[in-house]
Design a protein around this ligand. Sequence first.
Ligand code: NAP
Length: 248
Amino acid sequence: MSHPSKGIMVVTGGSRGIGAAISLLAAGRGYDVCINYSTHGDRAQGIAAQIEEIGQKAMIFQADVSQEAEVADMFRAVDNKLGPVSALVNNAGISGGSARVDELDGHALDLMFHINIKGTFLCCKEALLRMSTRHGGKGGGIVNFSSAAARLGAAGRNVHYAASKAAINTLTFGLAQEVAAEGIRVNAISPGMITTEMQDPERLARMTPMLPMQRAGSPEEVAQAALWLLSDEASYVSGTVLGVSGAR
Ligand code: NAP
């Protein structure tokens, strides 16, 4: 039997890593959750099953966040199955591979910028059309995913990825102001090294002793920050980028 809902959350890239941890913690806090994924439907289904055991409603939806029509279909499906979205977590992202700028391939760049930046914009747009009081909505919260790389630069391997995350910081700051009087708060999380499949295990092992806390963060530690930003406890927090990077 489903419990009453605290709100309806869409988590992009909710099938694994940080997005899966956010989906599960959100259900624990009383949200019904749409778990978006790109290819790993089995893993999204596994997270949905855990959410239903907690007593909240869950749905999974395959959509490439960089594809406008797929994103629009997803939000329509959420309207029909769960109701209008009240919380959006733009977590889906890819590293775009490791390369120096003089080694970059244009196709890989297009893919990474489309998923990390365009995908975040498209999901924000669909959520705003439902949340904003300007469009008859009841307000809501958005959490975008930046990275400590936006500040560190990621020279020698990931300048392109770092730049995509810097764009997310600007989107967060600008959009927060645009919709502040329409009942919507927009923030970003900037994780440091977090133990997910995005991190190369060998690099993670090599880097760990050099991290200020001498350990990487867990997806659950990032999820706690996301749920706080979306909660009423953060009612005057908007337009900020919250570092969850263990002092890195
Ligand atoms: P991850 O373990 O690699 O998982 C990525 C998730 O994104 C998966 O659920 C994947 O779905 C989904 N995804 C990828 N491309 C997609 C697309 N085109 N459309 C929809 N979903 C897509 O990543 P993570 O480490 O949890 O990272 C989550 C976010 O945190 C990302 O934005 C990342 O840049 C950011 N971040 C991570 C770290 C870190 O150390 N891990 C550090 C800083 C920032 P499938 O399972 O279907 O493939």
